[in-house]
Design a protein around this ligand. Structure first.
Ligand code: SF4
Ligand code: SF4
Length: 286
């Protein structure tokens, strides 16, 4: 089973929920693999403190020009929608950081003067945090395209049948989020009871519904009145699976990198109940 944890906006506690879900299930002897797909800023490892034993580069193919063959016709630059190539008299300039690796320029070049070379844009790290399997993607600083790193991070996931995979997705509803969430069995959306939280939850729900993934909501930093979120959930027919009350005890555990399910039995059980609800909803969806 693949469970994605996501949120329409940053700072809602998405990683906190992903990590605590992983910890509570691991304690119950479930086999867990946690993927940190927030590749621009992976931070689940700050809580889990994994031992990383494997690191692999993620590359994309970008064009390299063979000046001997090129006649500077300009067809490659005309084709490229991303302005990653420019042709002036006697020179072809490439801008690899703008290249989306579509391969089109290689195909349209009439003189076969373009070959593709690998360009490293990030890494995938694999390891363990005690019984929890751990993987994270890391986009190199300054690189604009997170999707290839996320794709590489998720490679082979469908072959893992005996584990519960928890994906800590990036925040928002952009392409890297869709890439992270796509193919999940369940989407757990984390929000907070504020106008911004409600606005961005609505967007995230639209995205998840478009992808056709069963979903549920966690309200983080819940207070006495969470109607701003519960009304939207009613309207969208989405269940609220957990409310995490605002608490200085939870905040202080988080501030020193301790998942509160590690320290507090009460929360461990509540997160396990969330998983049981998810399992039921996935069974109903199939
Ligand atoms: S299309 Fe090929 S031959 Fe024409 S400018 Fe580009 S690399 Fe050179
Ligand atoms: S591979 Fe695609 S995006 Fe990259 S330079 Fe060629 S045409 Fe442009």
């Amino acid at each position: 089973m693949i469970i994605s944890v996501l949120s329409g906006k940053g700072g809602t506690g998405k990683t906190t929920v992903a990590v605590n879900l992983a910890v509570s299930l691991a304690v119950k002897k479930e086999k867990i693999l946690l993927l940190d797909a927030d590749v621009e800023e992976p931070n689940a490892g700050l809580y889990l403190k994994p031992v990383v034993d494997e690191s692999m580069p993620v590359t994309i193919p970008v064009p390299e020009i063979d000046e001997e063959r090129c006649d500077y016709c300009g067809e490659c630059a005309d084709f490229c929608r991303f302005n990653a190539l420019a042709v002036t008299e006697g020179v072809v300039i490439t801008f690899p950081e703008l290249c989306h690796a579509c391969g089109g320029c290689t195909l349209v070049c009439p003189r076969q003067a373009i070959k593709e070379v690998d360009r490293e844009i990030g890494t995938i790290e694999k390891g363990r945090a005690e019984s929890i399997g751990f993987r994270q993607g890391r986009l190199h600083i300054g690189e604009p395209f997170a999707v290839p790193v996320t794709r590489a991070l998720k490679r082979g996931l469908t072959d893992i049948e005996d584990s519960i995979v928890i994906i800590d997705s990036p925040a928002g509803v952009s392409c890297p989020v869709i890439e992270a969430v796509r193919g999940s069995d369940f989407a757990l959306l984390v929000t907070e009871p504020t106008p911004f939280g409600r606005h961005d939850l609505r967007l995230a729900l639209e995205m998840v519904d478009y992808l056709g993934i069963p979903r549920g909501v966690v309200i983080n930093r819940a207070g006495d009145d969470n109607s701003i979120i519960s009304e939207l959930c009613r309207e969208k027919n989405v269940p609220i699976l957990l409310e995490i009350e605002f608490s200085s005890r939870l905040a202080s555990l988080g501030s020193v990198g301790i998942p509160f399910c590690e320290a507090l039995l009460y929360w461990r059980e509540r997160f396990y109940e969330v998983y049981q609800s998810i399992k039921e909803k996935c069974l109903c969806a199939n």
